[in-house]
Structures are given as structure tokens and as C-alpha cells.
Design a protein around this ligand. Sequence first.
Ligand code: UGA
Length: 438
Amino acid sequence: MVAHRLTVIGTGYLGTTHAAAMAELGFEVLGLDIDEDRIARLAAGDLPFYEPGLPELLRRNLAAGRLRFTTSYAELAEFGDVHFLCVGTPQRQGENAADVSFVDSAIRSLVPLLRREALIVGKSTVPVGTAARVAGLIGELTSENVELAWNPEFLREGFAVQDTLHPDRIVAGVPSAAAEKILREVYAAQIGEGVPFLTTDYPTAELVKVSANAFLATKISFINAMAEVCEATGADVTKLSQALSYDDRIGGKFLGPGLGFGGGCLPKDIRAFMARAGELGVDQALSFLREVDAINIRRRHRMVDLARDLLGGSFDGRGVAVLGAAFKPDSDDVRDSPALDVAAAIQQQGGVVTVYDPQANANAARAQPSLSFAASTAEAARGADVTLLLTEWREFRDLDPEALGTLVAVRNIVDGRNALDPERWRAAGWTYKALGRP
Ligand code: UGA
């Protein structure tokens, strides 16, 4: 292994996972964040978010001395020769476009301090055209030989460690053969395992990332659009999805009908992609993404309607147990969470809502302080007039309808993720409703 010293700027999901995974592969890694509290926690081996397998990886590599954290750009510039940029690019307040100001401020902080050759590797999801602009900015900030590569990340929350150590592919927009050589050395372990390594120009690399997320979002909204048609005809979208999945041109992944997509990536990425297409004069090419977004949001309204119908048309003073707050299972992330959106809407319409999520209660309470939270399914369900399954955690899939039935006031359930067996719940005396199923 070539002994590159790596740095990682930005210690969110992406940066922390990348730093720990690269250390696990044997590199010396220094992670930086401007959030001092976050850095203190990481340095103490205390992961500030939930991600299966990552705490062990973090602690093992801290203990081995391969992984360290800092808030000092001077230390970072002195330490590393390959700098991974993993800062956030959130949706701009009140707009669809992405806010890339953290990318720019990281570059402005780092580059003037570099005293020797370096490669900066952008991993954040950015509007196409950002890498070329940032490369220009780097040139203005230094006369050292500092190159920029753009190497988008495809990890999923909940599978972040596995996706980083064993990705489907590595894509890199590279400016030179020298930059490509360094990246091949950095990713030697993955490439050696047979992971495809594709080099491209900057805009192609940037576009691979956003088009992948746009495709995944489209697949989910496609099946949810079919769910709407199923609801109008009495058809069953789960059977439909299963039948489609046997055609391997279509495939079954991301064809799960339900409450739709949320999280920090898919929703904001399709919106930022549309905004960027507008700036480039090709908004028509992506106008279908507006529908993808609209279908997705309509599922949340439908969920609220189904629950209200079960209660005879009004939530007023009725007990509503909400199971799940995270945007998906195995995560404590509530950014743009469909579950939390539904819970808040029902409360606003007069429902007495109690939420339970195995990991996301604390984040959900910060995002929606007016909601009440319970420490278990049993506590949330006690006395409920309707129970809503909104995030398909294993422990909810495995619920026993008989046992839960003894706690609730009325055996009404809406399965927002098509995660339960309707026969079994109906046999236990529940009125079972689901999205896209009779
Ligand atoms: C997504 C992509 O899957 C990653 O490849 C990408 O790297 C990441 O965004 C990113 O841009 O950083 P993630 O946001 O972690 O990853 O979550 P997903 O597993 O993609 O799930 C997104 C949403 O789709 C969840 O709310 C999930 O419940 C929903 N979903 C997923 C469905 O509604 N139906 C499905 O069949 C699959």
C-alpha cells in the first residue's frame, strides 16, 4: 500500500464513515470539523448519530492510532497529502437549489495553508459545474501544485460501512493522470476486490451521483403512482410490484410501495437537480422530477386520509399511536422524514399523537417539539384508537397483533410501509388498511 496520509473535511455521515473506513484499510487519517463538540465526541469514540457497525470501526481505529480528529485546518494542511471534502450541501432555505457554501469555505480555509503538492477529492453531492468552478478557485488561492478530483459517494445510511468498504463502483472526475494514479492507490483495496473504477471528466462524475439518486426516487414514485391507481381499482400494489420484479430489466429493488422517500439526500437532490437544470436551460429534461416529488408528497396526504377515515372522519381528541419517526429503518435521521410529517399533520388536525421510534425519538423531538414520545411500542399504543406503522423497523414488522391488540382501545392499523401480513392482522380482529392495497 502506498503510504498516503489522508484527511477528511466534514464529519457527518459521509465524512465520519469515510474516515473510519479508510483508517480500517490501514491509512493514517485525520478528520476535521468546525463543530468542536462533534470533534470532541468523535475523538472520544462517541459517534454522534446512529449507524450500525460504525461505533466499533471508529473505536478500533482510534485505539490503533490510525484515526484522529481536529478542528485545526493548519494541522490538517500539514498532515495530509490527499484531502477528502465531505461537507454538507443542504437545500437552500425556501429554495430548491443546493447550498454549496460549505464547500467553498472549506476550500478557502484549507488551500492557502497547503505548503506542498496535494490532491483534494470532493465527495459531497454538488450541482453539476461545481468542480470546475472550485478547481478555478483553488488556482486563485495557491501557486502550489494542488489538484482537484470529484469522487461522488453512493453510501446508504444504515449500510454506510459496508457501502464504503465494498462499493458497487468508484467514479472519479479527474483532471490528470497523476490524480488518477493517486486515487487508484487510495482505493487499491476496493479495486483489488474487483470494484469497477471509472474515470470521467468533472461534470460526468457530478451527474452520475445526482442521476443515480434521481433514478432511485423515480423508481419509488413510479410504484407509488401505481399504488394510487390500485387504490382506485381495488388492485394490490404489493402483488403488482412483486410481479414486475421478476422481469430483471425492471428488478425489485426500490420498488417498495408505501409512504415514499425522505431523508437528507433523495428529496433535496432531485430538487437541486431541477434547479440546476433550470439554470442550464434544460429544465424540460427534468420536469418529470416535479411529478416524482409530487407523487411522493401525495402519499403522506393519503396516509393521513386513511387514518382519519378509520376514525370516522375526524381526529379530534382521538389517540393515534405512531410507530416510526426516522426516514427509514436502521437510522436515527429524521430529515424530511415522511413518518414525522404524517405525525405532525395528524396532531395539527386534532389527533392526540404518541410517537415511538427505536432510535430516532431524540432527533424527532428536536425537530417536532410539540409531539409526545414514548419509550416503547406498548407505551405508544396504550389506549390508541388507531395505530400507524410509518417506518418499517424489524421490531414493528415482528409485532404480535394479539399482544398489541390487548393494549389499544380500538384495533385499527394503517400499514404505511406494506410491512405487515394483512391476513394475520385481520385474523386477530384488526381493521387493517394499507397504501395501495384493498
Ligand atoms: C440514498 C441513496 O440510496 C444512496 O445511494 C446515496 O448515496 C445517498 O442517498 C446519498 O445521496 O448520500 P439514503 O438516503 O441513505 O441513500 O436512503 P435510501 O436507502 O436510498 O432510502 C431513501 C428513502 O426511500 C427512504 O425514505 C426509504 O424508506 C425510501 N424507499 C426506499 C421506499 O420508499 N421504497 C423503496 O423501495 C426503497
